[in-house]
Design a protein around this ligand. Sequence first.
Ligand code: TRP
Length: 337
Amino acid sequence: MHEKKTILTGDRPTGKLHLGHYVGSLAARVRLQEKNRQFVMLADAQALTDHADQPDKIRQSILEVALDYLAVGIDPCKTTIFIQSMVPALPEIMLYFLNLITWNRLKHNPTVKLEIQQKGYGEEVPAGFMTYPVSQAADIAAFKADIVPVGDDQLPMIEQCRELVQKFNRMYKTQALVEPIAVLSNVARLPGIDGKAKMSKSLNNAIYLSDTADEVSKKVRGMYTDPNHLRVEDPGKVEGNPVFTYLDAFATDPAKVLELKEHYQRGGLGDSVVKKYLLEVLQAFLEPIRHKRSLLSQDPAGVWKMLFKGSETASLVAGSTLAEIKASMGIDYKVSC
Ligand code: TRP
């Protein structure tokens, strides 16, 4: 029998979500919410660790990302969607966790190292940024998540969380905290429309869930294909050709995709024909999402209320774990005479 698991995932709200997010995580969340206890966190406090000067952008993105969640079918009746900064137990758990990890260990987290390099921090890395893996460990431990579906860049975070949970349970002789398991969610990473490995806002190569039909059409027409497929008669390459990768991810008729691939490889099939079909496929996929999103966006107060309610539920769960943490440590002081 399927055992109900607790799942926590989260996104830093720094902009609206795109098709890569859908393939990498949103589709799994819609599926997983049916049979599990799922929490999805808008990690605003974590986003601030490298956007301290842009709280407005984070606030606006919370609404955009929440709209994206709801539009793709993450259902607040089945999934608790909440805002990290509205759960006060999280930074408190982090505070106790910070004592269980060394500075040296933090310095060697490969994802953080890479990000420090990319952001050009050098020695001037904000302490909040340096310690965000501990904050993330607190998020995961607070909900006693069994499973954390993540991209491979997040594996070091889950590893650090496991170490912290082990250390906490050992040091304070308790079983209170649960060691999470990482489940890789982005096995099929969607390339950018320019053929680069990843869709990303900074590369300006993404198709957003909220793009208009016109925007999608323009982006598909301009998509990178096989650069050596110059004339229609030429045989073309399917591997590494994002038009086909997108078809694999979104087309509902695999026989038709196979036929197109074979024709393309043989020669005689123009890029524009394949793109036309991809556009149909993407519009069919995106239209209901766009429609739902636009209806929901007319009631932003309703969306915020949903988030507040989720944050209250999340605060109860995390607050109860915090109480256990303090009791395990013996710092649950009570008046005694
Ligand atoms: N660091 C994650 C990201 O950048 C977001 C995140 C924050 C998260 N807390 C989390 C993911 C807890 C999973 C569990 O995508």
